[in-house]
Design a protein around this ligand. Sequence first.
Ligand SMILES: Nc1nc2c(ncn2[C@@H]2O[C@H](COP(=O)(O)OP(=O)(O)OP(=O)(O)O)[C@@H](O)[C@H]2O)c(=O)[nH]1
Length: 320
Amino acid sequence: MIDTRQTEIRSRVQTIVIMVVSILVFIALFIGIRSYEERVAVQAIRLAIEHRVDNVDYAQAGKAKDIDSLWAVYGPQKELTEEEFYRLADPIVASHHTYLPLFIALMGGVLNFVMLGMGVNAAMRARQLHKVLESKEMELKRSQEKLASVTVIDELTGLANNRHFHQVLSTECRRAVREFSPLTLMLIEVDKLEAEQLPENFADQQAGLIAEVLKGAISRPGDMAARIDTGRFAMLLPATNEQSPVLADRLCHDIHDIELGGHQLSVSIGISTLQPSALLTAEYILSQTEAALHEALQSGGCQVRAITEDPRDIPVTFSN
Ligand SMILES: Nc1nc2c(ncn2[C@@H]2O[C@H](COP(=O)(O)OP(=O)(O)OP(=O)(O)O)[C@@H](O)[C@H]2O)c(=O)[nH]1
């Protein structure tokens, strides 16, 4: 999120600092030129007086920066009265004064007004831009949320993601009951490795390899492989009968054959094949399969546990 307040405060402070600095620069210029003019006038007066006064302390007179200090040098000579001195000095001073310092001061004032206007204008435009940006950010956020809600693919593995899996699971449960067909669900969990430190990205690479095995294992229309958590996968197999543990065993072995970074991969699998009945809901088949997986994990991992119903045990069907 953009911090509008901070940016506004910063630009205001910048404008004020620039204005203060420029005012100081113009004051320095004004004073500098005034004193330069005065020094030039002083030198002119010194030259004008020197041919009228004897025993002048030239070193002191050369150092005089303004008219009064020049008079302090000539005054003690008593050869010039103060009135005479200033009568001589005033026209010289007047002829050396220009309107340049005044012009600079005026320019400084005008420039500062212009800068103030530009600063105010820039602040207003910045505020407008921030408003536009904020609304665009909101739009982007809404689009991202919308996109996330329609995304069905797990980015890491290319399998279905957790949300999509749960949507399809509910649909398939209802379809299985309506079409009087068995439904198989497999939950596959990565076994914990007995290693102190695993290579970087190990978990991601492991997930990728397992996903490849799962994708390669199924070919029937309607089959679905999904990654539903960091180290957890699911296979949803519609119209798949109680022979399904054969497939689970095969997967378990195939994954165990894979080596990654010197470690042999290992998974535990819980599988359940349920026949169509009033019990067949997403929650029920998930809980059955979870229980089977839990047993496989509790038994030391790298194995399959199955809960399968025989079609002959389920006498009733219904449609929903
Ligand atoms: N849904 C589904 N189930 C499968 C698939 N492959 C195997 N199975 C299940 O695993 C069981 C044993 O598989 P296999 O040893 O390959 O025997 P199969 O009966 O020849 O399997 P198919 O060639 O897929 O008919 C099958 O009876 C199915 O229950 C598959 O691609 N999709």
